[in-house]
Design a protein around this ligand. Sequence first.
Ligand SMILES: NC(=O)c1ccc[n+]([C@@H]2O[C@H](COP(=O)([O-])OP(=O)(O)OC[C@H]3O[C@@H](n4cnc5c(N)ncnc54)[C@H](O)[C@@H]3O)[C@@H](O)[C@H]2O)c1
Length: 263
Amino acid sequence: MDYRSMFDLRGQVAFVTGAAKGLGLAMAEIVAQSGALVVMTDIDPHALEASVKRLQGQRLDVHGEVLDVADADRLAKIIDGVAERFGRLDIVFANAGLSAGSGPLTDNGAMAQVDLKRWNELLQINLTSVFVTIRTSATHMIKQRSGRLIVTASIAGVRGERMCGYAYAATKAAISNLVRQSSIELSPHNVTINAIAPGPFLTDIGHGRLHDPDVAAGFVSDVPMGRLGQPDEIKGLALLLASPASSYITGTVIPIDGGATAS
Ligand SMILES: NC(=O)c1ccc[n+]([C@@H]2O[C@H](COP(=O)([O-])OP(=O)(O)OC[C@H]3O[C@@H](n4cnc5c(N)ncnc54)[C@H](O)[C@@H]3O)[C@@H](O)[C@H]2O)c1
């Protein structure tokens, strides 16, 4: 395979959740720049409109759709609608996810303080919506005998993480194994599914807590590279997993963390 065609996404249709900001926006941008038509979805209509306009200003073929992934029926309907409207569905990023607040050694994050209503909301957004996204997308990808599913997990789902809340760590671990489990069923259909497991990236997650230097320092303390990741730095791995270059990679959970899980 020629190196240019390995990363050429022209003619492909992509769908991204949580695409208005942060890592989802970077994922949408790189696959659009590589030639894909991209449907960007997000719960925040204003941020979504601004990001869609910015990418359209680069002459990229992107479309915006307001979507709360907690609404499983609407999530499935929108994915079906994308496949119907554009005739195919090639690349899906199940990316939207919420922080569960501070870690277990803080007053608010200790297990005694975990509110079960909030716990269940997190499960719906960080776990159930990912399953619904995978399941709905897979029906279209199985029919066309090709597809790339990419889930945004976290290194907090790979090991204990003192800076992250209980529901976050639990749901990110769950979706990592959901990826492995799904690869068993999807591989014979030539559909790949992988997870990206980021370390700390400077985004607005958790109401912007990573912009607080003390919080950032807490996250960075076990990152050998000694800094947060920047959203642009997710693009290489996102493009690899979305493109023909990753045709034999499936069922994996790949850390992108400045060395954090190695130390
Ligand atoms: N930033 C990090 O350090 C980090 C580390 C590991 C994993 N992640 C994961 O990366 C993913 C993206 O997070 P981010 O860091 O870019 O955060 P972010 O807050 O910058 O962006 C998240 C986007 O998702 C949208 N969103 C939130 N709830 C939604 C919902 N119910 N339905 C649809 N959209 C919704 C937000 O409006 C926002 O645009 C999440 O799954 C997160 O858990 C982030």
